[in-house]
Design a protein around this ligand. Structure first.
Ligand SMILES: Nc1ncnc2c1ncn2[C@@H]1O[C@H](COP(=O)(O)OP(=O)(O)OP(=O)(O)O)[C@@H](O)[C@H]1O
Length: 248
């Protein structure tokens, strides 16, 4: 088990956003989290690498264990965020060159060897399926890239620090179908090495890429199952209603 969530509760002021979440994630699998808008999907992802701590007014309890160690007992949040990387919904290009966007975290963690940096840059751009498109313009500003390319660049930047778990929050919501397909193929490939947790609004996307799907509703896990089983034969009425588009 790479990541295990035990009794996770999150509140913002008087609102309870996540209620008694218990979930487990394994290596080399791709997990989708689906649920209606506002049900707590983003809050759940942010709780899984302590990004929630960048917000104000939250209260969290419970455990999130990375290979058995509670990340909330760890002092070094940047190390936690390196081991559990998060890719946001909006593609982010730092005001730097393409190459320096990839190497941003690697440099932060102290790597100075030029040969090593070049190797990491090429390897991660290859992994993110972007190398062929950018190899001749690595020193150009990253802002010149398209939205789909910037999203793959964001993934390369997270991969560059060798995470064990990759979290993605609606990574395709701003992308066209061709760019979406590229990201989906990329994620299926990466899932052969990492634990991937993907929040998506798009039920077809969950069906296409996820091994296991979790349905979240009002901050609670309603149902978890092998993706095909959950979509074909949901056990709970709320799941049936959600996937057939009747409610929410
Ligand atoms: N920083 C915050 N302060 C107060 N309330 C917050 C904060 N962040 C999230 N919330 C509330 O928590 C609830 C869950 O939000 P969250 O963004 O996790 O849902 P979501 O399922 O990801 O929604 P969507 O699919 O629309 O992105 C919402 O009611 C939201 O208003």
């Amino acid at each position: 088990m790479s990541l295990q969530i035990e009794n996770l509760q999150v509140r913002f002021g008087s609102s309870q956003i996540l209620k008694d979440i218990q979930l487990s994630f394994n290596e080399r699998k791709l997990y989708a989290i689906i649920g209606p808008s506002g049900c707590g999907k983003t809050t759940l992802l942010k709780s899984l690498n302590r990004t929630l701590e960048l917000e104000r007014g939250y209260l969290i309890s419970g455990k999130v264990k990375l290979y058995g160690e509670d990340i909330y007992e760890h002092r070094d949040t940047s190390l936690i965020r390196q081991r559990i990387g998060l890719v946001f919904q909006t593609p982010v290009a730092l005001p730097l060159s393409i190459k320096e966007n990839v190497l941003f975290g690697v440099r932060y963690f102290g790597e100075r060897n030029k040969t090593k940096l070049n190797e990491i840059c090429e390897k991660c751009l290859q992994q993110a399926g972007l190398w062929e498109e950018v190899k001749d313009k690595l020193n150009n500003p990253a802002k010149e890239l398209s939205g789909g390319q910037i999203q793959r660049l964001s993934i390369a930047r997270v991969l560059a620090v060798s995470p064990e778990v990759l979290l993605l929050d609606e990574p395709c919501s701003n992308l066209d179908p061709a760019a979406t397909q590229m990201i989906e193929e990329l994620l299926k490939g990466l899932a052969k090495q990492l634990t991937i947790i993907l929040v998506t609004h798009n039920l077809f996307q969950a069906k296409r890429v996820a091994d296991v799907t979790t349905f979240l509703l009002n901050g609670q896990v309603v149902e978890v199952g092998e993706t095909e089983t959950l979509f074909l034969n949901p056990q709970k009425q709320e799941t049936k209603d959600f996937i057939s588009g009747l409610t929410y």
